[in-house]
Design a binder for this molecule. Sequence first.
Ligand SMILES: Cc1ncc(COP(=O)(O)O)c(C=O)c1O
Length: 376
Amino acid sequence: MDLDKKITYVTRPIVPSINDFIPLVEELFASGQLTNKGKNHELLEIKLKALLKASNCLLFNNGTSALLCALKAFDFPIGSEIITTPWTFAATPHCISWNGFSPVFCDIEKNTFCIDSSKIENMITKRTRAILGVHVYGFPCNVIEIERIAKKYNLKVIYDAAHAFTTEINGKGIGTYGDISMFSFHATKLFNTLEGGALTYNDGSLQKKVNNLRNFGICSEESVEDVGINGKMNELQAIVGLLNLKLIDEEKRKRKILKEFYDKSFSNVKGIRIPKMPQNTSHSYQYYTIIVEDEFPCSRDKIYDNLKNKNIFARKYFFPMCADYECYKDLPSSRPENLPVANDIKDRILCLPFYGDLDVTTANRIIKIIEKLKNE
Ligand SMILES: Cc1ncc(COP(=O)(O)O)c(C=O)c1O
């Protein structure tokens, strides 16, 4: 096969075998209960709670509805300010806005690309109610410092852990930090339920509220207490989740090998920086990112275009960044002078194809294409 014709995307979802899937679907169809907390849903919730080492875990039909409910759970007044990062997927600031709050963008750290906790305190006003950090690419936010600030100013801490499935800090599940954390099980994520998500939290008193919010606010047959939405995961999603859970360890093992291969190859390429996980933190192996520094003779965009010309689709993740979106660019916090690191990184970062079944030939080609540009 002509290698240049082979299409390679940045990721590829794990999927269960059809032979395992069909009998469960047959059983599901015979049962007649397709959604509303069926038996697969209940089982997946229990298994994920254990895997994520969480005190509480509730499933959702996607990460966005989960994050919408997380932000809604604290009854912040309309117009509240939520300090967050511009370095994330659109869903993060949009969930803030859909709740009637204002996102306030804080700059990011150069090494982890997470919100820079040393810049948060300066941004707190009378209207600030929460900090919404994103463990981007699976790198953890500075959870200790964020907790200190939140306690000092009486703020809630919400984490978008969409990229951080099974990441741990000092052996503790990442979803146990802060007041509430959201996971996404979208097809592009390490673990997927086709579409799906979950919230984890320590405080059991949130259970009733979050449970109501994901089910239209309905709390019993004859009472509706909250303005909720339909956030329920269905049984087909849960079946895929239960089967995919069995594949996670193997997928992570393969991604670890691929990461080591990339790391070793790029260690000799001057001007390509590989971000490192902080100590005592385990990896989610969600993305493989490189930073194209000034010493590299060509730009990130040239690398991207060269790969694309060979049908290898890396991602300029996140480009455009949230603070540059039409709907957020006029916010005072979006001004480039307030976000120097994010504005620098946005032209340098590239996510390379990264998934368990990426073959060695393709990984080698990617490295060779980049190495060749070093000499141009
Ligand atoms: C950082 C981040 N937050 C939120 C989401 C939204 O999750 P979902 O697609 O499951 O709604 C995604 C991705 O999909 C994401 O990457």
